[in-house]
Design a binder for this molecule. Sequence first.
Ligand SMILES: *Cc1c(COP(=O)(O)O)cnc(C)c1O
Length: 437
Amino acid sequence: MSELAIFGGQPVRKKLFPAYRVIGQEEKDAVNRVMDSGILSRYLGCWHDDFYGGPEVRSLEKEWSEYFGVKHAMVVNSCTSGLIAAIGAVGISFGDEVIVSPYTMAASATAPLWYGGIPVFADIEPEHFCLDPVSVRAKITERTKAIIVVDIFGQPYDAEAINAIAKEHNLIVIEDCAQAPGAKYRGRFAGTLGDVGVFSLNYHKHIHTGEGGIVVTNNDKLAERVRLICNHAEAVVEDKGVADLTNMVGLNFRLTEIQAAIGREQLKKLDRLTKERIDNCSYLTGRLNGFPGIRSPRVRAESSHVYYVQPFLYNENEAGVERNKFIAAVKAELPVTELREAEGQQISCGYAKPLYLLPLFQKRIAFGNNGYPFNSAAATVSYQKGICPVTERLYEKELFLHEFMRPPATRDDLDDVVRAFQKVYEFKDELKKNDEQ
Ligand SMILES: *Cc1c(COP(=O)(O)O)cnc(C)c1O
């Protein structure tokens, strides 16, 4: 009988890992304040003072912009909505190209499609996993209008290099900072490094309102256009005296007063929650870096990382076992996490499949079935396997990530994770033997 849990042995730990519970009495009190007021939303979709929403929405926007040091903050009902509004606000039109990352949540690459824009995938950095400036530059054509950068896993993109490219070619930079609230680059917050930033407040993020998002910018015109797109632009532009009608077909991306009230309490907790994550990640880095074939990637110079997830690089030759086998064995040694039982253990291989491999891009079917918007002048853009080799390598062989660092994980919890790795190393020949059978 084998020692390894994956072959029927006793696992290192059975007691579930503790849930990441960030909702407390403060949020309950805030919700009750709104319930007592009776105003669950006060938005009006016409040109009126209430176009800007109710008191909780306005307070959250003010507090968010003060905290992040940015002129405008606009709450929305998700980061996905915020990205769509940002693309619309920038004026993206049929056939415009937008450079995107293939290694992110799908919404950061599909947002351009809603306005007929064509996502063009650039490759990522092997050490930091954000868009690689060299690859971005190589993808620019006369049709390129914007770049959607992603602060993936919780670390800011290479703002100096990418902003310089954007400036040179007159491109707008939209920063998807869903995974990086509170991360910094040269003293400035992620989300405020490009022209527009978009945060997420969904349940899985550092802080949340169930669902929600926030768009930030220092640009007055973009801020106004985002607000219009999020709140029935077509019914507002005339009375508001808006001249540029490009993409002024509005949606309803509004957040409720209840959610905004929760968001205000959550923002107060952001600092403490991210500090605990960072501490836990540096502890795990110290303990796991010693294992052959496992290495914590370096954090970008002059930046801080807030670890939405913690990535590690895996070298199959040094470790002596293929990554997927190794991580499957580690997984079997560990329990699931409370409140997320159905997701399985919070460790996985590869992150997201390179997005250009999704059927949407492979078959070029988005809106209707006539190929719109891929049937534009940009039709030659490639979505072939092989276009982003660094992304594919990380996805297929070299990256794994986990979420064991989320508070209130203790050193004992983290030590169990380390013990799972130790045990799999000790018995790794069994994984290989299994190979040969
Ligand atoms: C979570 C996430 C989103 C989407 O956020 P929603 O608020 O669920 O729409 C977008 N981009 C990235 C990188 C994310 O992690």
